[in-house]
Design a protein around this ligand. Structure first.
Ligand code: BG6
Length: 297
């Protein structure tokens, strides 16, 4: 659909409109009395969430690509059906194909207390089946208001069970990563990719950052709190249907190695991701569905 068609079909005065975002990709602007969010149809990718009069909550790289077939760097990439590199498939893109495809809008509705909810869908087709031989139907809903609520539903529309990974790979803005901390993962076992894929257990102390950090914490259902003394705020990520949490900051060397990430941008971001992957991958029987949610306040 063209921008004009999107606006004709889905715009709601003073609440929802569409414009051309980065790379002229169509972008939905959800604007309530409390907050504003931007969502690209490319990847069903939330690229912006901000309370009125406050600083943006989500981080975006100034170097992000905005191109069909390439991921957007920052915001909330939707990851499915594998997380990270796909084992045994060096030809497959990192973090699956959901973030590389254009999604379709299936509903936009005003909600309670002045909020608005948009739902986007991605269904299996020839292209996805060539990459991953299963039939599925994904629905991603987001509700914008005093909090940002996101729900990713995966339906198995095929005849056989499949196993998948998924993530709401959320990038947060921080004043300075060297002074930020993440609370809520005490006692969780994790795999540290930046620590030679070693497994270890988090102590009672919060996570602080003194170098590249790339950890997947398993069997974690509790909310995480991101403390940011520099911006003077506390961001809470509550979740359901998610058993794993990834915490990531690339630090200096890895930031330089990524073409779509500014060399000097790493102090201003951290990912706290709502995940099911590896030990916590999801097996879905034919005809069944699974919902994972994250709420950011
Ligand atoms: C994190 C992974 O979730 O995403 C990291 O744990 C990875 O290993 C990072 O580097 C970014 O991935 P990408 O594909 O968006 O560059």
């Amino acid at each position: 659909m063209t921008l004009e068609q999107l606006n004709q079909r889905w715009a709601i005065p003073n609440l929802v409109r569409f414009d051309a975002g980065g790379g002229n990709l169509p972008r939905m602007i959800l604007s309530t009395a409390d907050a504003e969010a931007h969502v690209y149809l490319h990847g069903a990718h939330v690229s912006h969430y901000q309370h009125r009069g406050e600083k943006p909550i989500l981080w975006m790289s100034a170097k992000s690509w905005y191109e069909p077939g390439k991921p957007i760097r920052g915001g909330v990439p939707v990851i499915f059906p594998w997380f990270g590199p796909r084992a045994g498939h060096p030809e497959s893109p990192n973090h699956g194909f959901a973030r590389l495809r254009s999604w379709k809008i299936v509903a936009i509705e005003p909600g309670q207390n002045g909020s608005v909810t948009a739902t986007l869908a991605l269904r299996s087709d020839e292209q996805t089946r060539a990459a991953w031989p299963h039939d599925f139907d994904l629905h991603f809903s987001l509700t914008v208001g005093r909090s940002l609520q996101m729900a990713l539903e995966v339906r198995n529309t095929g005849r056989e069970a499949f196993t998948f990974d998924e993530a709401l790979h959320t990038y947060f803005t921080v004043g300075d990563i060297r002074r930020a901390s993440v609370h809520g993962l005490a006692g969780a076992s994790f795999l540290g990719k930046a620590e030679g894929n070693a497994r270890a257990t988090q102590g009672s102390e919060p996570i602080t950052f003194t170098g590249e950090t790339d950890r997947i914490y398993f069997n974690t259902r509790a909310a995480c709190t991101l403390e940011d003394p520099v911006l003077g705020r506390r961001i809470v990520v509550a979740k359901s249907g998610s058993e794993a949490t990834v915490v990531w900051n690339p630090w200096i060397t890895k930031a330089k190695a990524m073409p779509d990430f500014g060399d000097d941008e790493w102090p201003g971001m951290v990912c706290v991701e709502t995940v099911n992957a590896m030990d916590n991958a999801v097996r879905l029987e034919a005809g069944q569905s699974h919902v994972m949610t994250a709420e950011i306040q």
